[in-house]
Design a binder for this molecule. Structure first.
Ligand SMILES: [Fe+2]
Ligand SMILES: [Fe+2]
Length: 156
């Protein structure tokens, strides 16, 4: 993978992680007073660490971290409007699961295609971010099971 392609991919993650920080902080405020609010705040903190570790790698490779704007709406696609109109913890968790799954799929893809020329440190950062997203997905999914008749979306 050449450096330009790698930088483009890292910028995609940088933008996604930035969007997730904003999203989870907003959700934390929306559900203030609930346990979920604390979880969303803590999750935003982890996503900020991802923003920072991806940005550091982009700079190390000679690039400039560049926010691409809203990358979350396209991930949610046609269900985005529905989720907004049916706001509530349950729909919020479903949307979050879709976003986390997209992040996991993309991290997995990059880890599997990056090759060895960029060293083990970058791979480790990507792997650790992937594991964090996996943990987030597991918590959101587990919490969803507390709601009756929940159906977790099975595709992004
Ligand atoms: Fe993340
Ligand atoms: Fe995450």
């Amino acid at each position: 993978m050449d450096k330009a392609e790698l930088l483009a991919k890292l910028n995609w993650f940088y933008s996604l992680e930035l969007n997730q920080v904003d999203l989870y902080m907003a959700q934390s405020k929306t559900f203030a007073g609930s346990y979920e609010s604390i979880v969303f705040e803590r999750t935003a903190y982890i996503e900020q660490q991802h923003v920072d570790n991806i940005a550091a790698k982009i700079r190390e490779l000679g690039g400039t971290p560049t926010a691409l704007g809203d990358v979350i709406s396209p991930i949610l696609g046609s269900i985005a409007g529905k989720i907004v109109s049916l706001a509530g913890v349950e729909n919020t968790l479903k949307a979050n699961i879709l976003i986390e799954r997209k992040a996991m799929a993309d991290y997995t893809n990059l880890i599997n295609t990056i090759g060895d020329e960029y060293g083990t440190e970058l791979r480790k950062i990507l792997e650790h971010n992937l594991v964090d997203e996996d943990v987030h997905t597991a918590w959101f999914s587990e919490r969803l099971t507390d709601y009756d008749n929940s159906v977790i979306p099975d595709q992004v």
